[in-house]
Structures are given as C-alpha cells and as structure tokens.
Design a protein around this ligand. Sequence first.
Ligand code: 8ID
Ligand code: ZN
Ligand code: ZN
Length: 369
Amino acid sequence: MLRTNLRTFTRPQFIRGLASAPTIPKSQKAIIFYENGGELQYKDIPVPEPKPNEILVNVKYSGVCHTDLHAWKGDWPLATKLPLVGGHEGAGIVVAKGSEVKNFEIGDYAGIKWLNGSCMSCEYCEKGFESNCPHADLSGYTHDGSFQQYATADAVQAAKIPQGTDLADVSPILCAGVTVYKALKSAHLEPGQWVAISGAAGGLGSLAVQYAKAMGLRVLGIDGGAEKEKLFKSLGGEVFIDFTKEKNIVEAIQNATNGGPHGVINVSVAPAAISQSTEYVRPTGKVVLVGLPADAVCKSEVFSHVVKSISIIGSYVGNRADTREAIDFFSRGLVKSPIKVVGLSELPKVYELMEQGKILGRYVVDTSK
Ligand code: 8ID
Ligand code: ZN
Ligand code: ZN
C-alpha cells in the first residue's frame, strides 16, 4: 500500500512512478544514537519523507567508514545533528522522489554519499568544489544517513549507479573510492612514479592501492601486521612496510623507492604517521592529507620542506564528476571492493574492530538484518 504522503508529489510524477511504485512502510530499522559516544540503538524509526528536491532511497547496503566512527564519538570540531543516523556509503533503489526531481526515476539505483547536498550557488559550488560549500549538508553527520533502510538525498548530489551493479560491492566506492580517487588526482602523479599509501589495508587504503595501480603508479603500502600485508599484496601492491616491525620507516621507504615516493596518500588515523610522511616523501613530492584523526596536526620541518620543495595538500571526498569517474573504474572491473558483509544490527561490533585498527578492507552492513 502506498503511503499517504505520496499524495504530496505532483501528479505527473506520481503516475510515472506508479507502474513500479514500491510499497513504502511507515517505519523501518535503523541504528540511531542520541548523544556522541552514547548507545547505538538498533530500533524502529519513521521512514523519512523526501523534500521536493530529494529522492528516497531504499538502502540495501552501506559501507562503514571510519568517518562514521569519528561522527559517533564526536571527534571533530563540527557538531553532528542529534539524534543521528550515521552512514554515508549507502547503495540502494529509488522508491520515491520529490516534485522537482528530474534526474532519477523510481527503480533507478542510487547512492547516498557524504555530501548529501550543497547550495550549488556559492563560489565553491560554482567551480565544482561542492564539498567545500559552507552550506554543505552531510549524510550521517548533519543529515540522517544510510544506516537505515530508507534515506533521503538531494537528487543533484546523489550518485548514479548503473542498473545491475552489485549494491554491496559498490557501496564503499561512494565514499572510500571517490575520496582516494580524488586524492590520487590531487597528487598530480605520472604513470611509473611511486605513491605511498599510509594505512594501505584499511577501507580507503585497500581501494587507493587499486586506483593507484589502475592509474599506472607503483604502490608502496604502509600498515601493520601479516594479514594486512597479505591483503595489500593480493590487491597488486608492490612493496609493504610493516609499521609494527620496521625500526626506521623513513629509511626503509626511501630505500624501497630509490629516494622516496613522489606522492603520499595519508589514509591512516595515526597523527605521527602523517607527520612522518613529510620526511620520507621525495624532493618536489606531494603529501596528501585525507585521514582525519581527532586533534591531529601535521608537522613538517620547515628547512627540509623548503629545500625539498614539497607540497602538503588537503583532499576532501570528491565532486559529482569524481564520483561518476570513480564508479566507472569500479564498473569496468579495475577496482574491486574487499568487503565483509554483516547485518546492520552488528554495527557496534564493527566500530569496536575499527577502533582497534583490526579491519581488513571494508565492512558493509546489510540493512535487512
Ligand atoms: O574526504 C576525506 N578526507 C575522507 C573521506 C573518508 C574518510 C577522510 N576519511 C578519513 C576517515 O575519517 C579516517 O580518519 O580517512 C581515515 C581512514 O578511514 P578508513 O579507511 O575508513 O579507516 P580504517 O578502515 O580504519 O583504516 C585505517 C588504517 O590505518 C592503519 C590501520 O591499520 C588501518 O588499516 N594504520 C593505523 I590505525 N596506524 C597506522 C600507521 N602508523 C596505520 N597505517 C600506517 N601507519
Ligand atoms: Zn567516508
Ligand atoms: Zn555552495
């Protein structure tokens, strides 16, 4: 039975969607918290209604990003909405849409990204830097996200996912994939050059290794433990540096890359590792900051920074074009998602493992369990 609020949609769209109009329940399962660091409750909450500019997505799967853990803990100097449903790697099917939506039809596959919506009229939006919009609305932070069965997103920002795509596999691309793809582009590297991925076997890192390979780069990975090394090598990584064993990381990396990597993508959540990348990067190299540990500062010694003429660059998710391109690499089979699927109700356990740095690749939650 259709929900009564569908009456608020304009008639032509209602009729167009009617042929396959799915039944939308009034309530749904979600993981919600009421205070930062508070209990993660798996419970029934109302299904949200799409605004005129929004689509309603029946989220089938959602990746679990370390950002979701930061948001729950309240790690950052930016307040979250409370209560909050986290999640921003939601892959699902459009089940309803607002009267202004022209770019999605009912039944289309769509992705809920970190950037849920932006103003589209400020100087940053105008130039394709929508993530830097001062009015950015963020899934799983200022807007209830994908750790629920039905989530809303501004149709302009929602990701287009090709029909027939495996929704569990594609979900990590929506944040981790887009982010590392953009970070690699921001490093302006050339095929055959070395890139170091610090945090190489986590969610972002395991995708960064593959995007880097697909771009023709030589990949050195830094992470901890034999299992992480195994995953890194299975993804096509060339040299692995184990930070739990290696005594002189800077020297080991410089030796392995004949003078230091041309670029470093920092996706670890270790502030010391981030600062260290300014030491081992090659002269004229690019240090890209992506990981966002609480209260972190990247220290770079001014003398060597100048004499080596290195650059430190911040990179924050990606825009709509980056999203389309990152999904395209995935669709063409150049990037695979090393995922483990568990029920949405098990999210607290995933956060525990993540906190301990024990995650290999990405956990994805199935919203039906
Ligand atoms: O747009 C952005 N900038 C953006 C987008 C998405 C995520 C930023 N992030 C941020 C997250 O908020 C988080 O701070 O990137 C960071 C990494 O997210 P993730 O990949 O989802 O986290 P993870 O799966 O826990 O992986 C982290 C890896 O770092 C390794 C861990 O072993 C793990 O594999 N690591 C640690 I902890 N210490 C390390 C060290 N000293 C290390 N690797 C190398 N050296
Ligand atoms: Zn994320
Ligand atoms: Zn804007």
